[in-house]
Structures are given as structure tokens and as C-alpha cells.
Design a protein around this ligand. Structure first.
Ligand code: UDP
Length: 312
């Protein structure tokens, strides 16, 4: 049994990860300040004897002993949420990872940084490989998150080179599934909740921009395999589903799955919204025992719709 810290453990990805780590027989400490994380996401875990919840902000240093692994997820992740307070977001990314790297050092623990496809910005290379350095506007409205996550990667490599800290970096592409916040503001949660409520389906721009959507269980499997991969493999490694869709096609699929009176309306495209995004996952396949997503968009959406039906 390993003693594991998950920061941001009450969020969408964090709570799904905590559940898997507990199922695998570990002791899990979940730290979350509930800024965007939700206690409902962990309500079935809270009574398990190997699970502990602490309401804390990673911007403040913390002391926990005997840790084997740290998964650092804490950060608002949807564009409307991370843009609400840009300074809060970048402090969480930068000061947060410094505190977690220090904690990893004191414990001699392995630490995984949850980075993002946002480090590629509005990419000139398609699909995105880990070797591509990205195209990010450093003063744009997404920069607090994009540059914060880029700097966190830099800090991980800095600690590794200077102090030998055991690091792992993953870059997550758009992920969806149960435990997503219906008010998250991201495209999958927006479209499903709008269709379920019979409200207008909001497409930004002409809806021709692309994303690639990974179901949460596929992502969690990749995360676990990355933590268990050989020590010399630090990443960054892309984790995502390489099947690419235009946002307007996603809307059509959602409307096929949910009989609804909703009609599609077009709104302005937000500033710096990437036009295309699709991971190259050959590195993950090579290093993580052939890992690749197994759940199709239709199947994953059906599970996600069932979850949203239960909560809204
Ligand atoms: N989007 C949309 N309607 C919405 C929410 C998002 O058309 O209600 C678009 C958004 O402009 C972007 C894509 O869907 O091009 C994915 O947006 P999301 O906020 O989910 O995440 P991103 O990949 O941009 O971080």
C-alpha cells in the first residue's frame, strides 16, 4: 500500500483518480480548497478508511510525512474559471508546484505534474507532438493558465536537474466524463446541460474549430501507467484521444443522443481560442505499454449524459 497525495482531488479528474487509487489498495490524502473542486465528487469516498480529505490551498506550504507519491492537479482548468482570477490561477500553478516539489523532496517521493495541451497554444504543428514548443500568447487571456503550466513544467525539470527530484509530467488533452461540473463552462458540459434543459446550444465562432475528446477512464489508466513507468522516463507525455472532431459535429452527436427542443446558436469566438487540437500519442503508446484510449465518443458521452441527468 502506497501513501499518496492528490492535490485538486475533489475536481473532475482528481476525484476519478482518487477513486482508482483507493480501488488499487492505496492510502489517499486528497487536498483541495474547493475553489472549483466539489465535495459532491468525493462524497462516496469520504467514509472509506484509507481516504482523508483536507481543505487546503497548495499556495501555502504543507507538511505531510511518509508520502510515496504526489499527483499535482490543483488548478482551475476550464477557460471561464481560470480566467476569472488570472493572478490566482498563475499563483496556483507556480507557487503550488514549488510547494509540492519541496514536499516531494522532503519525502523522497515521486511527483507527477498535470500539465496540459494548452502549453501548445494555438498550434502550428498538427497533431501536437511533445517535441513541439508551442505558440502561446504570453499576455493573452489564456496566458495565466498556459504560461503557468509551462512554468510548472520548467520548475519540475529545474528541481530534477538540481536536486534529482523524481518527476513525471503528463500533458492532458480535452477530457470529459462523470464528475464534471455542470457549470464548468467547457464545451462537453455546456452542450449536454443545454440539451437536457432544452436551452440554446451555444457554439462559439463557426464551430469548425477542432478538439479531441478523451473519456476519463482512459485518461486515468494512462496516468497510472505513467506513474509506474521506468524512472528515467520523465515525460512530458501527451495523454488524450487522437480522434478529432469539429465542435459543430460534437453538437450534432449530443443532439442525436439527447432528444431535445434545443436549437444551435452561434456566439463570438473567445480571444486566442485554439483552432485545432489533436494529440500525437505515439510516445505514450511506446512508453506506457501500448496505452491508447478505448472508449468511443458516443459511448463516453452516453455515460456522461447519464451522470448529468442524475444531477441536474
Ligand atoms: N465552445 C463552444 N461552446 C461552448 C463552450 C466552448 O463552442 O459552450 C468551444 C470553445 O470555443 C473551444 C472548444 O469549444 O473552441 C473547446 O472549449 P473548452 O472550453 O471545452 O476547452 P478548451 O479546449 O478551449 O480549453
Amino acid at each position: 500500500m502506497k501513501k499518496i497525495l492528490v492535490t485538486g482531488g475533489a475536481g473532475f479528474v482528481g476525484s476519478n483518480l482518487c477513486r482508482r487509487l483507493l480501488k488499487d489498495g492505496n492510502e489517499v490524502i486528497c487536498v483541495d480548497n474547493l475553489n472549483t473542486g466539489r465535495i459532491e465528487n468525493i462524497k462516496t469516498l469520504i467514509y472509506e478508511k484509507n481516504f482523508q480529505f483536507r481543505n487546503q490551498n497548495i499556495v501555502n506550504p504543507m507538511e505531510i510525512n511518509g508520502l510515496d507519491e504526489i499527483y499535482n492537479l490543483a488548478c482551475p482548468a476550464s477557460p471561464p474559471h481560470y480566467q476569472k482570477s488570472p493572478t490566482y490561477t498563475i499563483k496556483t500553478c507556480v507557487i503550488g508546484i514549488i510547494n509540492m516539489l519541496e514536499l516531494a523532496e522532503r519525502n523522497q517521493a515521486k511527483i507527477m505534474q498535470f500539465s496540459t495541451s494548452e502549453v501548445y497554444g494555438n498550434p502550428f504543428v498538427h497533431p501536437q507532438t511533445e517535441g513541439y514548443w508551442g505558440n502561446v500568447n504570453p499576455i493573452g487571456i489564456r496566458a495565466c493558465y498556459d504560461e503557468g503550466k509551462r512554468c510548472a513544467e520548467t520548475l519540475c525539470f529545474g528541481y530534477h536537474r538540481e536536486f534529482g527530484t523524481k518527476i513525471k509530467i503528463i500533458r492532458i488533452f480535452n477530457t470529459y466524463g462523470p464528475m464534471m461540473n455542470p457549470d464548468d463552462g467547457r464545451v462537453v458540459s455546456n452542450l449536454i446541460t443545454q440539451a437536457l434543459k432544452g436551452e440554446d446550444i451555444t457554439l462559439y465562432g463557426d464551430g469548425k474549430q477542432t478538439r479531441s475528446f478523451c473519456y476519463i477512464d482512459d485518461l486515468v489508466e494512462g496516468i497510472i501507467r505513467m506513474m509506474e513507468s521506468r524512472d528515467e522516463f520523465l515525460g512530458p507525455v501527451n495523454l488524450g484521444n487522437p480522434e478529432e472532431f469539429m465542435i459543430k459535429d460534437l453538437a450534432d452527436i449530443v443532439l442525436q443522443l439527447i432528444p431535445s427542443k434545443s436549437k444551435i446558436i452561434y456566439l463570438n469566438l473567445p480571444e486566442d481560442d485554439p483552432m485545432q487540437r489533436k494529440p500525437d500519442i505515439s510516445l505514450a503508446q511506446k512508453e506506457l505499454n501500448g496505452w491508447k484510449p478505448k472508449i468511443s465518443l458516443k459511448e463516453g458521452l452516453a455515460n456522461t449524459i447519464a451522470y448529468f441527468k442524475g444531477i441536474i
